[in-house]
Design a protein around this ligand. Structure first.
Ligand SMILES: [Ca+2]
Ligand SMILES: [Ca+2]
Length: 94
């Protein structure tokens, strides 16, 4: 009985160690929280202006308007000039 408990505990630790070594899995809840930081007006789309402001708020004042546009454009798979959560989620899943 004690031996069995030890074995299962050992296996559990082994699995945890394996998980720690695995590459980080994109977490949709975390992605939503990050997306919400960019989406200042909460309409579900991030504009280049919102992206630029969010980067400045996070301390990165080097992001210019054209840079923000380029970043949004790179993720903008439906071409509406805005980054939807789906587009953001696709980009973070890499
Ligand atoms: Ca927005
Ligand atoms: Ca889009």
């Amino acid at each position: 009985m004690y031996a069995g408990q030890f074995t299962s505990r050992f296996r559990h630790r082994d699995r945890l160690r394996h998980d720690e070594g695995a590459p980080p899995v994109a977490d949709i809840e975390q992605a939503k929280a990050t997306f919400a930081k960019f989406d200042a007006d909460g309409d579900g789309r991030v504009t280049p202006d919102e992206f630029k402001s969010a980067m400045a708020a996070m301390g990165d004042h080097l992001v210019t308007g054209p840079m923000a546009e380029a970043v949004i454009k790179a993720k903008d798979s439906d071409g509406d000039g805005l980054m939807s959560f789906d587009e953001f989620w696709t980009s973070v899943q890499g």
